[in-house]
Design a protein around this ligand. Structure first.
Ligand code: IMP
Length: 193
């Protein structure tokens, strides 16, 4: 892993573990793992949507990196738009409340929409997004998430494209933050319990 000169993320002597905000995380998915799986998802989406131009609705902030790489793996015409939800703040567990900080700009009526998320944990955020977008009458609405924690998902949301199913432990890196830092790590790290 390249050295990261960050205030609060420090590499430990073991290159597979890092300290972030005083807690130890171990490397769980490498940048290569992520790129390979993202390319597969891009190829599947390209095939599934070959007769249309889908709009990817990327959920800020966490999904920005995954969205960029996913789009590069999509070989058909596609568009992108962004919405932003309130975050976990500095906590590692969901506050149980979701608010919309930025709406999408595109008119999605009659369009094929793919919501792009970094992670589905409880499923509350995804349920909220689907409830916001469905009344806008898209032709189709599907979900693509890089990570899914099936053990903690309490809301029944359809996940059409899933990169990796992971244990119910906090993860950071590749867009995912801990109190806003660690998003720029190229690999994904999991809390070392
Ligand atoms: P949910 O509403 O509980 O499914 O959580 C969705 C959002 O919480 C994600 O889009 C992330 O922003 C954040 N989140 C959930 N789990 C994690 C994690 O392990 N690390 C960092 N952020 C997370």
């Amino acid at each position: 892993m390249p050295a990261h000169d960050l205030t609060d993320v420090t590499a430990s002597s073991d290159e597979h573990t890092i300290q972030c905000r005083g807690e130890r995380f171990r490397r769980y998915l490498t940048a290569q793992d992520i790129q390979a799986r993202t390319a597969e998802l891009g190829a599947t989406i390209s095939s599934d949507y070959r007769n249309t131009t889908p709009i990817l609705v990327s959920v800020l902030n966490g999904a920005f990196m995954f969205t960029a790489d996913l789009m590069r793996g999509i070989t058909i015409d596609c568009e992108v738009d962004f919405l932003k939800l309130s975050s976990y703040g500095d906590a590692k567990v969901s506050s149980g409340e979701v608010t919309e900080l930025k709406r999408i700009d595109a008119n999605i009526e009659g369009r094929d929409v793919i919501i792009v998320e970094d992670i589905v944990d409880t499923g509350l955020s995804m349920e909220y997004i689907i409830e916001k977008l469905r009344p806008l009458k898209p032709n189709s609405l599907r979900v693509c998430t890089l990570l899914h924690k099936p053990a903690s998902t309490q809301h029944n949301v359809p996940l059409d494209y899933v990169g990796f199913q992971i244990p119910d432990l906090f993860v950071i890196g590749y867009g995912l933050d801990y109190g806003q830092i660690a998003r720029n790590l190229p690999d994904i790290y999991i809390l070392d319990k």
